[in-house]
Structures are given as C-alpha cells and as structure tokens.
Design a protein around this ligand. Structure first.
Ligand code: ADP
Length: 508
C-alpha cells in the first residue's frame, strides 16, 4: 500500500462513482481519469477509490488483485466486511471496494438507477473512508464527487477526523446540481451520520423539504473546497433560477466555491492517434477526416453521393437537460437544409427513450438520417471524426465535454450559451468577442427559432465558404483543451487549503 506522497507532491485521494474507461456513464468518468492523470504528471501521488461494479470494463484494469486487508464498515447498525481490490487504470492506482453485504450493492449489471442507490453509495462512501483509516493512509486531500460520494464530507469531519484520519482537507466537486441525493433523515442515518446533529438549516437539512436531508448540501457545508465544472455554471447556480434549491447555501459558502472549466483527456481524444478510427488525421492533414466521414456513412448505410453534404453529429444522454426537443427538431431541420444527421444517445427516461425509438424507426432506412440509441464508445469516436458540425442545444450544461471533443476532431459546435458551453464556444459572428477565440455558432433562447438562427448560419457558412470553413476546422482542432490549465487551478486550491490548515495547526 502506498501511504504517503514522495517529495513535495501532495497525496490526493479521489472517491467517486465513475472513472473512464472502466466505469463511465458520462462526463464525471472522463474528469476523474483525466484530472488524476494531469495531477500525477505534476508530481502528486493520486489514488482513486471506486466501487467494484460487476459491469466494469475489466480489460482496462491492469494487475487487478485482492489485497490482504479485510476492511469492515458500518451500515444500518451492523459491521460488514469489504473485499479490497487494487489495480492500475491508465497508469493510476485504483482501489475497488467490493462490499460483502447481502444486498450485493455493486452486482446489479448497471452503475446507477437502482431503487437503493442511496444505500449503495452511502455504504460505499463510508467504506472508502474506512479503507483510508484502516490502511493508515494520511492523504493531504480527499476529493469527493457528486451526491454519490458527498457523504464523505460530513462523515469525515464528524466520525473519521476524531478517530485520527485527520490529515486531509476535503474537496467536493459537483458536476451537476440537478442530482442531490435528497432523502429522509432515517435513510441517511444508515451510514452512521448523526442526523440529529445534521438536520439543521445551516447543515444538511434540505432547503425546500425540511423533513429531508440533502447530501450535496452537506458536502457544500462540510468541505474545505467546493468546486463546480465551469465559471459560468458556478455563477448560474448561485441564482434562484439556476441553483436547483441550493443557491442560498452556495452564496453562504461563496468564499470556498469556484468554477473550474473541465479539460478533456487529449491522449485518448486525439484524431492523430485514435485507434478507433479507420483513418487518423490532424489539423495539417485533413484528408483522413473526409475518409472517416465516408466510412461512417458506409457503416450506417447513409448516402455517399455528395461529399459536400454536411454531416451533423450529436452524442448525448437523452435527458431533458440536454434539450431533447431541440435535438429532435435538429434532425428534421438538417434534412430540410440538405444535411445528414447522426445521433448516438441513450436515455434512462422511458418516455424520451420511446419517443426517440419511434423517430429511429421512422428513419431506419433513410439515406440521410440515423439514430443509434445505445451507449457505444467506439462509435462515438467515429462520429466525432466524421461530423462537420456537432450540436449541443442544452437547457443547462455544467461544463459539457462533447463540444470540446468535437472541436478536437474538427467538428464545429453549435451550442446554446449556457454553463460551460458559454465558456468554451464563441460565435464566429459575434463582434464583441476577439476574433481569435471565435470557434462555433451559438444561440441563447432554448427554442426552435433561436436554434435555427445558429444552425442555418452554420449551414450557410459551410456551403458558401469552404475555404473559410476549413480554416475554422483547423483553428478549433488547435485549441488547447488539455487538463494542464485546469489541473493547475485544482493544484493551487489544494495547496492553499493545505497550507491554511498547517498555519491553523501551528497557531493552535
Ligand atoms: P454528461 O456528463 O452530462 O453526460 P458531458 O458532455 O459532460 O455530459 O459528457 C458526456 C461524455 O459521455 C462524453 O465523453 C460523450 O462522448 C459520452 N457519451 C454520451 N452519450 C454517449 C453514448 N450514447 N455513447 C458513447 N458515449 C457517450
């Protein structure tokens, strides 16, 4: 077991529900591995603790083995053993917790969406702290993410710091304030939190249902550092319209709250080396991009007759947040404007899934439209590479990664100006923005008319100015979306917090 960092680097432990590529549902998984890799590259010791899901991509874990360490953790009045596994993912040490609990918490064939998710992840949060405690680790930073591991913050200060696991500062990153894990106090009590002490307006009590506790609110209150995933979203969630009920709490804790724009993993998202692609390419040699476009059209049975017919891509979870009505509209609009449209999306929402299944069926043999309603990592790479344009018409978007990935692959984004999209997509026609950063097409109002305003302009530009379009492609492919800058911001926050704690300890 690695127990402390070497040299002057920090020892950072992430506790999370996702990590790409082993257990990825959305952006959280990408962030976990890319931020960890960037911090490791800066000389910090970074370790990750994940649940041991049955449905992980096991082939991406090297040297997976069981540790000779039986960690017992508390839940619902009993102690349960946990089997602890360790392996290497993308060069990072990862601990996997397998609870020996009769409910087989992570043996469900899926990551989320079980009726007992609250139990599954509050159990995991506690077991992860128990692992740190029982293995004698002394991390400088424990970084937890989203409601699933938000329990870590109050558990740490209320139970584990008094037990001696007290070396760490707690950082909490909320990747999406829509999901808060709110539940009755008795459910939250299962992991051993003292609900009487926590059920107060200035602690964990939900701001609208006073008989319920809110794990995300608890993490905001009890963490030393609170971040979210873009500066614009950090401002939006401090307003009553955008805060999903937590704006007052975030305003009360604004001193420790910042928005840091995510990067993308530029090693795994690189058209010059991407092994998922039939043809690799780069900004100075774009030939491979049109070959990928044809390869995808062939693969999906779309017409190859006109190479200048623009291909519009969309890769997303199909949930209301993503602007599903505008995605549906864009399919028809692309057709009207003479384009092709490929959607790769999966939906956990039954009526949205049904609706898109209907549309997929309608277009199943169409020469210009294809809807693929599943999660498919390999296909996602082919679509980014094949697309000329890429739509992200979100209602709200904490950061959004697909616009950045699309640009890295030379697909021009058409995005709504919200959250992280507002921090990464800048309209080519907006004179108020320096010309060198303009990189896409944007719109403000989440309706069809406003969407068309941006979409139609993109089509017109593509059709009327192929040289200008190619310049734009080269420009967006050369934008630096790596984690270097953002990881430095996290590093800075960690270091400030650690030195503040040291100073306080010296003063005491
Ligand atoms: P969110 O985290 O809200 O889902 P992000 O834009 O932050 O949205 O991250 C989405 C990530 O998930 C991207 O890497 C995207 O390529 C991937 N993704 C989304 N849907 C699919 C899908 N159906 N198949 C493959 N990858 C997908």
């Amino acid at each position: 077991l690695t127990s402390s960092s070497s040299g002057s680097g920090l020892h950072v432990v992430h506790i999370a529900a996702e990590m790409a590529p082993v257990a990825k549902v959305g952006g959280l998984g990408d962030v976990l591995s890319a931020l960890s890799k960037a911090l490791q590259k800066k000389g910090h010791l970074v370790e990750i603790i994940l649940p041991k899901y049955d449905c992980m991509q096991y082939e991406s874990i090297q040297n997976l083995r069981v540790l000779d360490l039986a960690v017992e953790s508390y839940f619902d009045g009993h102690l349960f053993k946990n089997k602890i596994w360790i392996g290497t993912v993308e060069g990072l040490p990862v601990y996997f917790i397998e609870p020996l609990h009769p409910a087989k918490f992570f043996w469900r064939g899926k990551t989320y969406g079980e009726p007992d998710d609250l139990k599954r992840f509050s159990f995991f949060s506690r077991a992860a702290l128990e692992l740190l405690h029982q293995s004698g680790k002394k991390p400088d930073i424990i970084h937890c993410h989203d409601w699933q591991t938000a329990f870590v913050a109050p558990l740490y200060w209320d139970l584990y710091a008094p037990k001696g696991l007290n070396s760490a500062r707690i950082c909490f990153t909320c990747h999406n304030f829509e999901y808060q894990g709110t539940a009755s106090a008795s459910e939250i009590a299962s992991c051993g939190l003292d609900i009487h002490h926590l059920n107060r307006p200035d602690r964990m009590q939900d701001n609208s249902s006073h008989d319920r506790l809110n794990p995300v609110k608890g993490a905001i209150v009890f963490s030393n550092i609170v971040t979210t995933v873009s500066p614009t979203y950090a401002q939006e969630v401090r307003t009553s319209q955008g805060g999903q009920g937590l704006h007052a709490t975030l305003n009360a804790h604004s001193q420790k709250f910042v928005g840091i724009l995510n990067g993308i993993d530029t090693d795994s998202w690189n058209p010059a080396t991407d092994t998922y692609l039939s043809f690799q390419y780069n900004a100075s040699d774009l030939e491979g991009k049109s070959e990928n476009k044809n390869a995808l059209r062939r693969h999906l049975g779309l017409s190859l007759s006109d190479s200048r017919r623009p291909l519009v891509g969309c890769i997303t979870r199909l949930v209301p947040q993503k602007g599903v009505h505008l995605i549906r509209h864009a399919i028809y609009r692309a057709l009207e404007l003479g384009g092709q449209f490929v959607l790769l999306g999966s939906s956990p929402v039954p009526n949205i899934h049904r609706e898109f299944e209907e549309i997929a069926k309608k277009f199943q043999n169409h020469e210009h439209i294809r809807l693929i309603l599943k999660y498919d990592e390999a296909l996602s790479h082919s679509i980014y590479a094949a697309s000329d344009m890429f739509i992200i018409p979100s209602i709200f978007e904490p950061c959004g990664l697909t616009q950045m990935i699309a640009m890295r692959y030379g697909a021009i984004p058409i995005a709504r100006k919200t959250g992280g999209l507002n921090d990464s997509v800048f309209d080519v026609d907006d004179d108020t923005i320096p010309i060198q950063v303009r990189n896409g097409f944007t719109f403000v109002t989440p309706d069809e008319h406003a969407f068309n305003g941006a979409f139609d302009r993109a089509f017109k530009y593509y059709k009327n100015d192929s040289e200008g379009w190619e310049e734009l492609m080269k420009k967006v492919m050369n934008i630096d979306f790596s984690w270097d800058t953002s990881a430095s911001q996290y590093e800075e926050l960690y270091l400030q917090s650690v030195s503040k704690a040291k100073a306080a300890r010296r003063a005491a």
